[in-house]
Structure formats: C-alpha cells, structure tokens
Design a protein around this ligand. Sequence first.
Ligand SMILES: [Zn+2]
Length: 555
Amino acid sequence: MHRSDLAIVNARVLAMDPDRTRASAVALAAGKVIAIGEDAEIMALADGATRVINAHGRTVLPGFIESHLHLFVGAGELEHLQLLGVEGVDALTEALRDYAAAHPHLPVILGQGCDYDIIGRSLTRQDLDAILPDRPVCVLAADHHTAWANTLALQRAGILEGRSLGPGNEIVMGDDGLATGELREFQAKAPVLALAGAHRIMAGLATGKDPDPYPTEEEFAADCEIMAKGLAHCARLGLTSLTNMDGNLYSLRILDRLRRDGRLTARVKVPFHYTNGSTLTDLDIASQMAQQFDDDWLSSGFVKLFMDGVIDSGTAVMINDYPDRPGWRGEPLWSESEFAAIATEADRRGLQIAVHAIGDGAVRRVLDGYESARLANGPRDARHRIEHIELIDKADIGRLKDLGVIASIQPIHAPGASDFPLQPTMNKIGQARWGDAYLQQSLAHAGVPLAFASDWPVADLNPLRGIQSALQRPIYEGAADERLSLYDILAAYTTGGAAATHSEAQKGQLRAGYLADLVILGGDIEAATPEEIGAMQVEMTICGGQIVWEKDSAF
Ligand SMILES: [Zn+2]
C-alpha cells in the first residue's frame, strides 16, 4: 500500500458505498482514494509528508455532483442584480435604482430572480419605465424562461413592434400594437441579452454553436475569467462534478484553457445544445465534442434539447387543458416525428440525450421518442434523461423505469419547498393534479434512477439548500408525502449523479480506487435539522486530490 498525500481522520465518513457505508477516516494519494477505514488504519499510511486533517466529528461525503446547471450563464450572472425575495413596487424600485446608480455604464440593467407576481401581478414595460425610464432594463424570472423589459430596452433591441419567432417563443403584444414588455422563452429575450453584451455567454444556450464572429483572444481571456468565477462558486459549495445543460465547443475550450492553467476545480460535462434551428447533420458537432473531450475532467457525449417551457408562463406542455385557460395545453417545441428522428439519430451515434420536459405532455412525448430510438437502434445502456418532470401522468412512471431513463430532479424548484412560492404555479397546475406534481418518493419507489440538481442560475446552486428542500418538500393538499430520507437524497447528489454520467465506477462513492473528490461539511449532517443543513457550510472541497476550497482557518 502506498503512502498517502492527505489523510482525513476523526470524521463521520458517509461513503455512499453500499458495501461499506461508514468509516472514520480516508486516505488520498495521486488524485485517488487509496483507503477508507478507521483512524489507526489510515494513520498507518501516513508519513511526515502527509497532510493529516482532523475533521472533529464532522461529516465527510463524496463531492457533490450537480446534475443540471448552466455554469457559464450562472457565472456571468453573479454580478447581476439579484431580485430573489424582492416583493412589491417599492422594494423593486429601490433595488433597480440603487443597482443602476452603482453601475452607470452598463448597456442594460439586468436583474435575476424576478417573481412572476412581483408587484401582485406580472410586470409591463410601463411599470419598469416608471422606475427607470432612461436606462434599458430587463429583469428575468428565476426560471429564466420569461423576462420583462422596459420601453428603452425593447426599442434598442429592435423588438418594440414585435417580431415573429419560432414555436413556443413569444414577444407578448399589447392592444396598442406594441410589445407589453413580457418576453417568453429564449428567442424573445435574445435581442435584449445581445444588447447587454451577453451573446458569447449565451451562445451555448441560443444555438449550441460557437459565438459568431468567433471571439478574439482578448474576449476569450475575459470569458475564462468569468468561467473561473463560476468554478470558484462551485468549489465553495462542495461541488466536484458538474453536468452543464447548455453548451458548445467554445465553453469546453474555455474550460480546457483553465485546466491547462491549473484552474479547473471541478469535473465538467458539457452537451451540444440542439435548438430549433439545428438540423440532424449538426449532430456532427456533438460527435466531435464527444470525441475531443472524453476524460475524467472534461467530457461531452450528450445532446440537450428543450421539449417545452415552464408552468408559470403557460408554456409547459400538458396532457390536459390548463385549468385557468380552457383549450390551451402549451405548444411542444418538437413534433412527435421530429423528436423521434433526433432521438434516434443521437442514440445511433452513441450519444446520451437530456431533454427539458416540465409538463406531463412533454414528458410523454420525450418517452415516446426514447422508445422509438430504442426500437430503431436496439437497447443499450444509454441512460437518456428527462430534466425537471414537474408534472407526470402516473402511467408514465413505469415507462421511465423500463426505458432506464434518469429522472433529473431539482428539489429546490418544488413550490413551497424553498425559494419558490406556491403561487401562481400550484393554481396553474390545478389541485386535481397536485398528486402528480414534483414527485420524488413516487419515482424512487418505482425504481427510477434519480439525479438531483439546482438548474443554477434558475435556483440557488447550494446543494445543502437542495438537500434541505428535498427534506422539506411540502405535502400538497390531497397528495402523497413525497419526502425522501436523508440517505436517499444524498445518494441523488452523489451515486445518482455519477450514474447519470456513466461514471459510477469512478465517483459518487468514497472507496479505494475512486477519484479523490470529497467534501468536509461544517457539522454532522445526520444530527442536523433540515434548516441547519441548509445553513451549513462546506469547510473543505477536494477534487482530484487537490484542495480546491478551504474555509479560512477551518483546519
Ligand atoms: Zn436548465
């Protein structure tokens, strides 16, 4: 047995290894876990050069795996006005005016986390004009699917008179023939975001292709700094593996540069984003990304698509009419045959597929497509995924299991569990369907593999707040208790995330031979209340055996 570089002792190690769930110490060397066991066994592997950390009884876990985030977009938004929790005209006015005064040179004042009912109803351009008439303003809903802009922003972006867009996207028009200010889905917001100079960051979401024109070396360097800030944010929160959900080759090149500079502090998987403008031959880009990046640190190998929008704006695709809008079920972004063709071709290329599907109608259409792909190409260990699944027809749960589809769930999104209010979402779903909404336990019970995530910057990236949300998932009236045990929740952030990326033989557990990715928490997670878990900090994050985050004087 080799000498260890680093040993952690006197810990409550939750190894997430079914063969050995608990230990008190772990030894690391050359980027791998070399042993796990009791203090004496682990100390026997130490010598004078080994750094020994006394965890003082705190929890040690495998590094958290964030299974759905938008790293580059979130990184770019770290400096934007944060509106989560801001309610009412007065609070919004103060927040926007203070931020605008502090940022006199920004081409657009961008805000994040705006409640759909922030002033008791949704915003109009006139509401924003009354607050800031002489600066372009655009505030995004927390879910990032809807934005509200003032007149100047709409004018400068060239969309005050509207514009025809692809399915599901809408510049909402008023009776006066001008835009109301509400922008639904990505194509509607894109002109304002471009005005703000966010086009390079947004390219992975907008087209899945590289920014055009291709960034200069100077712009590339600036983008590396933005990405590095996002990675530092992840390291502080104990995240050692990230599955990005928008992407292009450009973002992988940025991450690769950071890796060569010794600044890559988490393992990142980046998809090719197949948008409504893509054609099947564009999957060549996905295959190229898969080929070019395929190691422990940077990988691709999957395709991301959207099937629908979100419940709050009525763009999620439902099997039944929205209770508040008879005759309306949302508009799928792909027809049944279009999606089946894409899924079949991506699957044939050996690529994994991840599809955003929030409404039960969207979930069903994605399952139909996965079924077609399997029929055409034969079964394989594809582990295609469905992202969000906020509503599902119970009849489809068994299909998820049978097709080996991963349910990528964001516990912090469940209305009432954490930052997201119950309304308007729960009314939009209608009480008759609350029993099919935001399921965790029902999916787990049916044997559907779960991977948990935040969808940052849609919600707080902190996995400990995600764990708190999963523990505190409300029991909606007339619906079943969907709370999971702490252990099942931790599994969805570790082993479940590893399985979702076909890497369960390398990570997600602490066992000899596995990657040395782990966290030391600020307390004993099993002894803490949900509130205490949410407030707990990560004291140390280790990725690939390197300490990538260490709280001041924690050890
Ligand atoms: Zn997302």
